[in-house]
Design a protein around this ligand. Sequence first.
Ligand SMILES: [Zn+2]
Length: 328
Amino acid sequence: MREGKFVETKKEATNTFIERGPGVSEEEFDKGTFDYQKQRQRRGELARSLGVAEYVKEPSPRQEKIIVETLAAAEEVINQYSPKQVRLSKDNIFLLRKEDAVKRFGIDDDEGGRANIQGGVFVYTSPTITDSKLAHYTAHELVHHASFQRNRVLKEESGKNIYGVPDRAGLTIGDPYKGFNPEEGGHNYFEALNEAVTEQIAIEIVALLKRKTRLLDEDYEILERVYGIDSPRYSLGKHVEKPEHDDQYVYTDSYADRVDALRTTCQELYEKNRERFGSPQEVFHVFAEAYFSGKLLTLARLIEKNYGKGAFRFLADYENNGEWRKGE
Ligand SMILES: [Zn+2]
């Protein structure tokens, strides 16, 4: 049994689990846990404590509206899978210029964003970012934020310092001592599957946003006029570009091959198990429940029963640089 506790906010207990590592005293654990409460801080304070204060680019009034509406849509969609996990307001969402994000995080991929366990959601922008792309990236990172998280409070060998290591995020499993980053000796099992589930839910959020507000109409009008499609097919296999600016594409299809593989899997599992599931969407709920609760057993059993022993482990080894259903 793992020792630790779920982080609580003013509203509710969350699905962020903080674990007390070996040899960490209760007092040290409390000190280490404090870090995870930063999401309660005010915007300026949070930006400073996350080290992004100097990089934050405040949104325009229109962008702020898109962020607020995306949050509302995210809450509605995510609540269907796991209620009350969107605990953020617009004050937790920070736009960073792409080049600053590269500087701050040392990343080479300058698109998208990232979610921080301490309550910051970062979205990388360019001056020409489209509304739908902003909504999409915000939605995607909000889904990551709402997913199950486990962080371990560990003690340095010298016994001096306490530090935190994330070893679960959504469906991903990291190394219990080194976390997710392979460069630091960690690993990131189920990364591709995790992104597919994240993106599928992000797609649902953007679709709801489009239906409920008129905010994305202009982008979608271009999509229809230029490409003859009335809604993004999220598997175009390439970026849909606005003709006048190369970097201003209307919609991106992040992880399209993984989303397609996930959808195919849900369809297959539905067909093989009609006595259990009423639709492919019901199958997807099994993936989503594992994603938000961190409990993988039901999902693992479903996969193994239908694709054979070892099939679930097979998925674990597919990272985002490979196809996770290779060979089919
Ligand atoms: Zn992602």
